[in-house]
Write a protein that binds this ligand. Structure first.
Ligand code: NZQ
Ligand code: ZN
Length: 387
C-alpha cells in the first residue's frame, strides 16, 4: 500500500426526497445560481420543477444554461462562462448526468480564467479558483458528482480531454435514486459499464498488498453485476437504483485508488472513440474492455485475473490458473452482452479508417505506467481486435 492523502470533501445528500435540502444548501453559497442541464429529460420527469421550487422558496435566483450535449462540448462551456460573468453568479447547479456536471465544472473554473477556456482543459494547472458546484445527479455512471474530474470535447479538433483539479470537486451532491427511474435501458447499461470500468482501472494495477482497496473494489463490481440487470428489467426498483448510484460515486472518488498507483488504460482508448465518433462513453468502454483484458493477460498479470475471477465471478479456485483468468474475461464479455451493449466497434459505426490516428492520439500523454504499458501499436491491436 502506497502513501496517500485522503480527501473526499463533497457533502452527499442521499435518498428519496433529498431535493428538499437544495434551498438550504444553495443559500449557504450565495444569492444567484447558474442552473446547467442537458437536452430536457429533467423537464419531462419533473426534476427541474422540484429543483426550481426549492430555489424559489429559499430566495435563490437563477439563470439557465440548457442543451448540454452528451460528451459536452467546449462551446457549451463558453456559453456558460458568458452567463456566469453577465449575471455574476455565486454557484453552479448542474442537474443531470456526467456530461452536465462535467460541463458545469469546466464553467466553474473557466469563469475565473481570462483566456480561452480550452486552455484550462488542456492544462489544469492554470486553474486558480472555481465557483462552488452543487450537483443533482440523474444518472448513475461517471461519479462526477463526487470526483475532481471533468471530460470536455472539442469536436473541431477531434479531442476529448479529461481535466482534474481539487477545486472541481462538488461542494455538495444530491443523490436521489428515484431520479434515475427514467433512465433508459441503454443508458442504464452504459452507466453500469462505466462504473465497472472505473473500478477495473483502479483494480488492475501492479501494486502489492493493497488488500483493502481491492476487496472494496470487488464488492463494488459485484454490486454492478447484481443490480445492473435488475435496474434494466425493472427501472423503478429502488434498491437496484440506490445501490448503483452509490457505487457510481464510490468507484471514482478515490476510495479504491488511495494507496494504489498506475495510469488508466481503457479510458484513454475510449475517449478517442468518442472524440472521433461521438459514441456513448460506457458503450465504448464495454466494447474495449474484454479485448484489453485478453491483450494484457500474460504470465505477469495472470494472478490478478485469477483474483478477479475467483472473488468477483465466484469461479472454482481449483481450476487451472489460465483457465480461471480466461473464464473471468469471458464472463465479463458475456455480462456486457447480456446488458444489451454492442460488442463490436462496427456496431457503433466505427471502421478501420481512423484506428491508427486514434491509437496515436490515445498514447500522446503516455501509457507507460498502465497495468501493462501500452504503445500506439498495442492500442491499435486492441482496436482491431474490437472491430
Ligand atoms: O440530456 P438529457 O435530456 O438530460 O438526457 C441525458 C442524455 O441524453 C440522459 N439522461 C440523464 N439522466 C436521465 C436521462 N434520461 C432520462 N432520465 C434521466 N434521469 O442520458 C443521456 C446521457 O447523459 P450523460 O450525462 O451524457 O451520461 P453520463 O452520465 O454517462 O456522462 C457521460 C460523460 O461523462 C464523461 C464521459 O466521457 C462523457 O462525456 N465522464 C466523466 C467522468 C468524470 N467526470 O469523472 C469520468 C468518466 O470516465 C467519463 O469519462
Ligand atoms: Zn468512465
Amino acid at each position: 500500500m502506497n502513501n496517500f492523502n485522503y480527501s473526499i470533501p463533497t457533502k452527499v445528500y442521499f435518498g428519496k426526497g433529498k431535493i428538499k435540502k437544495l434551498g438550504e444548501i444553495a443559500k449557504a453559497y450565495g444569492e444567484k445560481a447558474l442552473l446547467v442541464y442537458g437536452g430536457g429529460s429533467i423537464k419531462s420527469n419533473g426534476i427541474y420543477d422540484a429543483a426550481v421550487e426549492k430555489l424559489k422558496e429559499a430566495g435563490v435566483q437563477y439563470v439557465e444554461l440548457s442543451g448540454v450535449e452528451p460528451n459536452p462540448r467546449i462551446t457549451s462551456v463558453e456559453a456558460g462562462v458568458k452567463l456566469c460573468r453577465e449575471n455574476k453568479v455565486d454557484m453552479i447547479i448542474p442537474i443531470g448526468g456526467g456530461s452536465t456536471i462535467d460541463c458545469a465544472k469546466a464553467i466553474a473554473a473557466a469563469a475565473y480564467y481570462e483566456g480561452n477556456p480550452w486552455d484550462i482543459v488542456q492544462d489544469c494547472s492554470k486553474i486558480t479558483k472555481a465557483l462552488p458546484i452543487i450537483s443533482i445527479l440523474t444518472l448513475a455512471a461517471t461519479g462526477s458528482e463526487m470526483d475532481a474530474f471533468a471530460v470536455i470535447s472539442n469536436m473541431e479538433r477531434n479531442e476529448k480531454l479529461g481535466m482534474g483539479h481539487d477545486l472541481l470537486k462538488p461542494q455538495a451532491s444530491i443523490l436521489d435514486p428515484e431520479y434515475t427511474f427514467t433512465v433508459s435501458k441503454y443508458q442504464t447499461a452504459a452507466g453500469t459499464a462505466d462504473i465497472m470500468s472505473h473500478i477495473f482501472e483502479a483494480y488492475f494495477t501492479t501494486d502489492e498488498g493493497a488488500y483493502l482497496p481491492d476487496r472494496m473494489a470487488e464488492a463494488m463490481l459485484k454490486t454492478c453485476i447484481k443490480y445492473g440487470p435488475i435496474a434494466m428489467e425493472n427501472p423503478e426498483n429502488y434498491e437496484a437504483r440506490a445501490n448503483l448510484m452509490w457505487t457510481s460515486s464510490l468507484a471514482i472518488n478515490g476510495l479504491i485508488s488511495f494507496g494504489k498507483t498506475g495510469e488508466w488504460s481503457v479510458h484513454g482508448m475510449e475517449h478517442e472513440l468518442s472524440a472521433f465518433y461521438d459514441i456513448t462513453h460506457g458503450v465504448g468502454l464495454a466494447i474495449l474492455t474484454p479485448h484489453w483484458m485478453r491483450y494484457v493477460l500474460n504470465d505477469n498479470t495472470l494472478n490478478k485475473f485469477v483474483e478477479y475471477g475467483i472473488n468477483v465471478w465466484d469461479i472454482d479456485k481449483s481450476l487451472d490458473k489460465k483457465e480461471i483468468a480466461n473464464f473471468a474475461i469471458d464472463k465479463t464479455a458475456e455480462f456486457f452482452k447480456k446488458m444489451g451493449i454492442p460488442t463490436t466497434l462496427r456496431e457503433v459505426g466505427i471502421n478501420e479508417e481512423k484506428l491508427e490516428v486514434m491509437a496515436q492520439q490515445a498514447v500522446r500523454f503516455g501509457m507507460e505506467d498502465c497495468f501493462v504499458p501500452l504503445t500506439a501499436e498495442d492500442v491499435l491491436n486492441i482496436f482491431k481486435d474490437a472491430l
